[in-house]
Design a protein around this ligand. Sequence first.
Ligand code: GDP
Ligand code: IMO
Ligand code: MG
Length: 429
Amino acid sequence: MPRLVIEGTQWGDEGKGKITDFLAQTADVVVRFQGGNNAGHTINFNHEKYALKLVPSGIFNPRIKNVIANGVVVNPKALIEELEGLESRGITEYQLFISNRAQILMPYHIDLDAANEAVLGKSNIGTTKKGIGPCYMDKASRNGLRMGDLLNLDYLKERLETVLPIKNLELKSYGLKEYSFDELFELLISWKNKLEKHIIDTSILINEEIEKDKKILFEGAQGVMLCVEHGTYPYVTSSSPLACSVPLNTGIAPKYIDNVLGITKAYTTRVGEGPFATEINDDIASYIREKGHEYGTVTKRPRRIGWLDLVVLNHAKRTSGITSISLMLLDVLGGLNKIKICTKYQLNGKEIDYIPSNLLDYQNCIPVYEEFDGWKEDITSCKTFDELPINCQKYLNRIMEVTRLPISIISVGPDREQTIVMKDVWKND
Ligand code: GDP
Ligand code: IMO
Ligand code: MG
């Protein structure tokens, strides 16, 4: 069963980068399928730390084909800088393929993102201000430019001539600086010169790899609660990280998705605005934030902290067919006297076990908690489930019981080595 989707089950930053890198050791292809450089995936190995944004987490292994698929919005400037950053650290031999159908994120998307947020005022989304929303808007309104357009300058010229007047009208309505055709065309040509060797039809490549029965890892960005369809709309990103979006966003048939690994923090974090039922703001939150270094990889904002929410995890399971859980940052909870898990909500005096679509209702949900005794032992060098303190095992067992999902991986530290594998995630039971 060689196709596996890595999916964040909360509000992002669950540790997808670490697990993608870990599993990439046994993969042939790693595919990013949505989002853009709003993502920040941290990877630690050989005492080095890397923060990847657009580049798939298989980049460190020259054997692996890394794909940026059609569902991604590519800021070529950011991508070039990221690749140059990797090259300056000795990562020079890599295979990278960019879909000719991926959207190009233009400078005006970034301007419009900031302007939208400013107009929204106190109702702002708290975006990463990387231009992600406006770029996906242009894709849907058919005013986008695509990476493949860079390969034919006549077509590129025609497309820019078509869309620029519309974008300038929009910029003007916000009182923002307009762009000239020449400055943008020059920029696009400089990007073409650096990136054209990577641009291909990646749907063909991925399907060829499937034919050869190669192991393919689909690396999601963000998390289910930030999904534009199933998240806490409008406090979401503008794409869907769900496994069911993989076929559309990569150009493969749905039948090729075999397994979905739900990457889940042992607690919860969120950056940006929007409801968060299990959020805590006390000393425990500060303890977790400092111990888990919970500051945004992209924006450096302090992440909001809360207890693990199994209503959220069950929502992720139902909407995306998660087949097992990878439980992350378990070590961070060590040292706490008591640990809580939310299993249900109370809304207007009634118990519910789903996420209300209406945000006013969601804001009024009161978490119903189960409380567990904590553990004092350092678990960062544990290699098996049995080596974990008994209270820690009880915590994990309860998660499996409520979600009716197996935990296949337990992460006890940021490094590749600090990973307990309970089950082969490439195989279906
Ligand atoms: P992603 O966006 O889902 O890839 O997650 P991020 O990289 O933004 O955030 C996860 C953070 O947790 C990073 O700093 C990782 O290095 C770190 N991390 C991942 N797994 C573990 C773990 O098991 N324990 C600890 N202490 N840190 C971890
Ligand atoms: P990774 O892949 C956490 C959040 C932003 C904001 C909302 C919309 O590292 O898990 P956007 O810039 O996408 O329009 O912002 O989504 N957000 C993330 N939060 N991790 C991410 O990515 C995120 N990408 C976007 O903070 O609330
Ligand atoms: Mg992140």
